[in-house]
Design a protein around this ligand. Structure first.
Ligand SMILES: Cc1ncc(COP(=O)(O)O)c(C=O)c1O
Length: 377
């Protein structure tokens, strides 16, 4: 059997939505993008949403909007996708890496507090809701307020999640989302920022379109002269892509329920067989973006090779970011400095996990992971 690492769940509704845009006036950012922004904000219980070209753009532009730049530092977990750290450098600030909890791979809040105590140049914290499970935002908010720093949630993995009744974007100063090809809402490339901060909304709206004071849509509705406030960027979400997101958003809970059911099957089977995986905390809603297992120490490459030989697609999310070549060259050797992120980065394997998996495929993945896990432990 061959089980792809990922297959999207786009179908007739998405095809019809794109056809509708093709039959309309706007291909670029117009009424569909606006409709998506309104519905996404409503879904998340947030006052504002700005659609963007990617989560990376959302993180970067938010840092710019807050004036974070040379001499400033932003706390970023060592276990995340490289984009979380890279945007800090794009803003000409520096990354203050922080370790994660060894059982969940989520930002270690005791470590965050130590960094805040020691480092007066920290201006913001970037919690990453890794794999879809939320960082404790209530506790982080208290810490951030005590030290007067902002919170920018990297919520690329977490749309449907909640913790203690708190959703992404509700306690942070802003949250950035990704609609990249394999995400829970996917349109190929896309992103959004959700916030309560009206100044940030204004900045994002203008900076995503070159710094021009009027968008194509507003110029079309009734021509108004435009000006340019500052040299902005090109980071808007076009209508063709927003159209792909709207039908998915209307069935987002059904898609989530399917992933939740697959996760329950994986967790039960792997717990029984002694295959390790990150802990799902009780009493929260896990958005269920990625399912990762931890290979026995030193055996990951064999584990990957065996699963691939069995026709199962796998990837690695992620390596510890400070151990990548660029960050080692920039900040010096990091071996042993972030032990939990390092260990997870050396052992983690992501296995197929998406609503389009059939029950037979799920059982095949369970069967192979358990068999290889037993052999290599
Ligand atoms: C944790 C995390 N942050 C940020 C990003 C960047 O998202 P995008 O590709 O939409 O820029 C990703 C994408 O995979 C991610 O996994």
């Amino acid at each position: 059997m061959k089980v792809q690492f990922y297959r999207h769940s786009l179908g007739d509704e998405e095809k019809a939505a794109v056809a509708q845009v093709i039959d309309s006036l706007f291909l670029t950012t117009g009424p569909k993008a606006r409709q998506f922004e309104e519905q996404f904000a409503r879904y998340l219980g947030a006052p504002y949403c700005v659609g963007l070209s990617s989560c990376t753009a959302g993180l970067f532009l938010t840092l710019r909007s807050w004036g974070i730049g040379p001499g400033d530092r932003v706390i970023v977990p060592a276990m995340t996708f490289v984009a979380s750290a890279n945007v800090v450098l794009h803003a000409s600030a520096d990354v203050e890496f922080c370790d994660v909890a060894p059982d969940t791979a989520l930002l270690d809040l005791n470590w965050v507090e130590e960094l805040l105590k020691r480092n007066k140049r920290v201006r913001a914290i970037m919690p990453v809701h890794l794999y879809g499970q939320m960082v404790d935002m209530a506790e982080l908010r208290v810490l951030a307020d005590r030290y007067g720093v902002r919170i920018l949630e990297d919520s690329a993995h977490c749309i449907e999640g909640a913790r203690g009744g708190v959703r992404p974007g509700q306690l942070g100063d802003a949250a950035a989302f990704s609609f990249y090809a394999t995400k829970n809402l996917a349109c190929g490339e896309g992103g959004a920022v959700v916030t309560r901060d009206e100044k940030l909304v204004d900045y994002l709206t203008v900076s995503r379109l070159h710094g021009m004071t009027k968008s194509a849509l507003s110029r079309h509705e009734q021509y108004e002269h435009w000006d340019m406030d500052f040299p902005g960027y090109k980071a808007n979400l076009p209508d063709v892509l927003a159209a792909l997101l709207l039908p998915q958003l209307s069935r987002i809970e059904t898609l989530w329920q399917r992933r939740e059911a697959i996760a329950a099957r994986y967790e039960a089977a792997f717990s029984a067989a002694g295959v390790a995986f990150p802990r799902t905390l009780p009493g929260l809603k896990h958005a269920r973006h990625l399912f990762t297992i931890w290979a026995p120490a030193g055996r990951r490459d064999e584990f990957i090779a065996r699963l691939q030989a069995d026709g199962i697609g796998v990837v690695v999310n992620y390596r510890s970011v400070p151990l990548t070549r660029f960050y080692r060259e920039r900040y010096g050797p990091a071996e042993g400095m972030f032990p939990a992120a390092e260990e997870i980065g050396n052992r983690t394997i992501s296995i197929p996990f998406y609503p389009a998996l059939t029950d037979d495929e799920v059982e095949y993945v369970v069967d192979r992971v358990v068999a290889v896990g037993r052999e290599l432990s």
